[in-house]
Design a protein around this ligand. Structure first.
Ligand code: SF4
Ligand code: SF4
Length: 416
C-alpha cells in the first residue's frame, strides 16, 4: 500500500495530552470495560492500542526514523483511525484507568489534529460536519423550520402553551431546545412536554425559536476545528440576551455548553440540565406530582450527563418523587453505566455498531425485570428506542419529561 505523507499538526496537542501517551502502562483495564470492545472484540478500539498505534504514527512522522521513511505506514494508520473513530467517547475508560488518563479529552484533541491533517474523520463524519456547518443543524433543515414543532404541537393539542420568544419578551430563563428535539419528529414531544411542564410550574421562560443555533457539540466530538469559532459566536449571542439561567433538555447540548464552552469563552448565565432543574422545582414546591405512574422502572445514565458532568442523583430524585414508580437499578449504573453507543460520532461512523450497543443496554435493562426504561436525554432516548425495537423488547422506553408531564396530569398515559 502507498505510504501517506499527510502531516499531523502536533502543536495543537498540549504537553499534558502528549504526556498522557506515556502514562499508559498497558494494564488492559480499559479493555474490560469498553462498550465497543465488548461487542467487537476489536483490540484497535481499546485505549491501550489506540495510544500504542498513535505513538507509532507519531514516531514515523517525527522520530529519527521519520527522516528516512517516506510517510506513515498505511496499515498502522488504518488501524489507528478505526480505533479512534469507532469510539463513542463515553469516558468509561477514564474512570477505570489506574493512571486516570483523560482519555476522551485526548481522543477529541487528537481527532482535531487528524481533522486538520486531512487523514480523518471517516467520510460520513466529514460530510456530517460539513452539513452541520452549512445548515446550522445536523438534519439539513432550514432555520425557519425550527418552530415547526410549536405550530404542530399547538394544532394537535400536544403543546398546551405557546412558548414566548426570548428575543421579543425578556425572561430570566432560556429553555434551550437542541436540534434533536427540534427536528426529529419522533423526539419533538420531549420539547413539548418540557414547555408544558415549565409553563404549568409558573416558570417565566422563553425559547429562541428560529434564532436558536446548534450547540455544535458534534463538531467538537469529531474534531472539526470550526467548533471554537461557532461556539464563540453562540456564547456572544447568548450573553447578549440578558437571561441568567439556561435550561437544556439534552445531555449532549448540556455537556457542550457546560463543559466545552467554558474553554472557548465566558458565559454570563448558569446552566442546568432539565433533570437538575426539575429537581429544583420539585424542592421549591412548584412542581407537584399527583397522578401515579404505576410500575417498575430502571434508569439509564447518559454518559454526557453522568461521567462527563457528574450528575447522577438529581434525575433519580425526580423519579423517586413520582408516585407509583419503583426504581430498580441496572447492574452497571452511574460511573459504570454502559454506553448506548449514540455519542462521539459512532452512530455516524458505524450505525450497526451503535445499534448493537443500544440493544446491549436494553438487555441490561431487561435483566432488572422493569417495565419502563427512562433517561433524560433525547439522543439516548432515540438510540434506546431503536435498540428496544431491534431487540423486540417488552420494555417501554420513556423520556423523563414524559413521565413528569404524565404525573403532573398534563401528559399522555404511560403504560408498560
Ligand atoms: S486502563 Fe489506562 S493505563 Fe491501563 S491500558 Fe488502559 S489506558 Fe493504559
Ligand atoms: S471512550 Fe468509551 S468507547 Fe471510547 S475507548 Fe473509552 S471506553 Fe471505549
Amino acid at each position: 500500500m502507498k505510504k501517506n505523507n499527510n502531516q499531523i499538526p502536533l502543536e495543537k496537542l498540549s504537553p499534558r495530552r502528549l504526556m498522557c501517551l506515556d502514562a499508559c502502562t498497558r494494564c488492559g483495564e480499559c479493555k474490560n470495560w469498553c462498550p465497543v470492545y465488548s461487542l467487537t472484540e476489536n483490540e484497535k478500539v481499546t485505549p491501550r492500542t489506540k495510544i500504542k498505534n498513535f505513538k507509532s504514527v507519531l514516531k514515523a512522522q517525527n522520530g529519527f526514523l521519520g527522516m528516512f521513511k517516506s510517510g506513515i505506514d498505511p496499515d498502522t494508520l488504518a488501524d489507528f483511525l478505526t480505533g479512534l473513530y469507532e469510539c463513542s467517547c463515553c469516558n468509561q475508560c477514564h474512570f477505570v484507568c489506574p493512571s486516570r488518563i483523560d482519555t476522551v479529552e485526548l481522543w477529541e484533541d487528537v481527532r482535531e489534529a487528524i481533522y486538520r491533517s486531512g487523514l480523518g474523520p471517516m467520510p460520513e463524519q466529514r460530510t456530517f460536519c460539513e452539513n452541520l456547518v452549512k445548515y446550522g443543524n445536523p438534519f439539513k433543515k432550514d432555520q425557519s423550520a425550527r418552530t415547526d414543532w410549536i405550530e404542530t404541537g399547538l394544532q394537535d393539542g400536544t403543546l398546551l402553551y405557546r412558548p414566548e420568544l426570548i428575543t421579543e419578551n425578556k425572561a430570566s430563563v432560556l429553555l434551550f431546545i437542541g436540534c434533536t428535539a427540534t427536528f426529529d419528529e419522533k423526539v419533538s414531544r420531549i420539547a413539548k412536554h418540557t414547555v408544558n411542564i415549565l409553563s404549568r410550574a409558573g416558570v417565566e421562560f422563553g425559547v429562541l425559536g428560529t434564532e436558536e443555533n446548534c450547540c455544535y457539540g458534534k463538531l467538537r466530538r469529531m474534531g472539526d476545528p470550526s467548533f471554537k469559532q461557532l461556539a464563540g459566536q453562540n456564547i456572544e449571542k447568548l450573553n447578549s440576551l440578558g437571561f441568567d439561567t439556561l435550561v437544556s433538555a439534552c445531555a449532549g447540548c448540556f455537556k457542550t455548553l457546560n463543559a466545552d464552552y467554558p474553554k472557548v469563552g465566558q458565559q454570563k448565565y448558569k446552566i442546568y440540565h432539565l433533570s437538575e432543574y426539575l429537581d429544583i422545582l420539585i424542592q421549591q414546591g412548584k412542581i407537584k406530582f399527583e397522578v401515579p405512574v404505576e410500575g417498575k422502572i430502571t434508569y439509564h445514565d447518559p454518559c454526557l450527563l453522568g461521567r462527563h458532568n457528574n450528575i447522577y442523583e438529581a434525575p433519580r430524585r425526580v423519579i423517586a418523587a413520582i408516585p407509583g414508580l419503583e426504581l430498580i437499578e441496572m447492574e452497571r449504573t452511574r460511573q459504570f453505566s454502559r454506553c448506548c453507543g449514540v455519542g462521539g460520532g459512532l452512530k455516524i461512523a458505524n450505525h450497526d455498531l451503535q445499534e448493537a450497543a443500544s440493544v446491549r443496554r436494553i438487555r441490561d435493562a431487561e435483566e432488572t425485570g422493569a417495565e419502563f426504561l427512562t433517561t433524560p436525554c433525547p439522543t439516548c432516548f432515540s438510540g434506546l428506542s431503536g435498540g428496544a425495537l431491534k431487540a423486540e423488547s417488552h420494555l417501554k422506553v420513556v423520556h423523563m419529561a414524559e413521565l413528569a408531564a404524565r404525573s403532573m396530569g398534563i401528559g399522555p398515559a404511560v403504560k408498560g
